[in-house]
Design a protein around this ligand. Structure first.
Ligand code: ZN
Length: 180
């Protein structure tokens, strides 16, 4: 688990001064020794897309760390001026070449296992346009995987999101219509 201070910046974002931990607003936070600004360390916001084809889910193999060689949903960080749904569609297109229509939110997942900082992952259902998925950008490969045969995943929240979506799409057994 990450130490909270590992996410701190080295310098004040307002004046560039040094930071010293002080107790502010109920917990220890970095405070500038020069201008007194309290630096609030916000979570990063990431988006992922869960595209299903029958009982298979679309995954990409990560070309870069963290988790290089492992698999994950098409995903990436949201830019500050970008809606999360737009970021989800953009990342999915950049990594797979597929145009994705973003659907319902599967869930919001807090994570602390990324060395770039703790964050919140928003996972959406996605519908892929016709086409063959191919690996681009920071994806080394793409593939469709059965829900009971997933490869090693890079981030725990992705597995949670896939499980949540699978639970919801599981069809109830057909009712018996015979009268025996
Ligand atoms: Zn300052």
């Amino acid at each position: 688990m990450m130490d909270a201070r590992s996410a701190w910046t080295r310098h004040c974002v307002r004046c560039g001064g040094g930071l010293r931990p002080q107790h502010r607003d109920g917990r220890e936070r970095p405070v500038c020794v020069d201008c007194g600004a309290v630096v609030y360390i916000d979570p990063k916001v990431a988006c992922g897309v869960l595209v299903m084809r029958r009982r298979e889910v679309l995954l990409v193999q990560r070309r870069n760390d963290p988790g290089r060689g492992l698999w994950c949903l098409p995903c990436g960080f949201v830019d500050a001026d970008e809606a999360p749904e737009a970021a989800a569609a953009r990342e999915a297109f950049e990594e797979t070449g597929l145009r994705i229509t973003i659907g319902a939110l599967v869930g919001a997942y807090h994570y602390r296992d990324d060395p770039r900082g703790a964050g919140i992952l928003l996972v959406y259902r996605g519908q892929a346009a016709r086409g063959v998925a191919q690996a681009y950008d920071d994806a080394a490969a793409v593939g469709w995987f059965a829900l009971d045969g997933l490869p090693p995943l890079s981030h725990a929240p992705h597995r949670l999101a896939i499980a949540d979506a699978a639970r919801r799409t599981r069809r109830p057994l057909p009712e018996r219509t015979d009268s025996h």
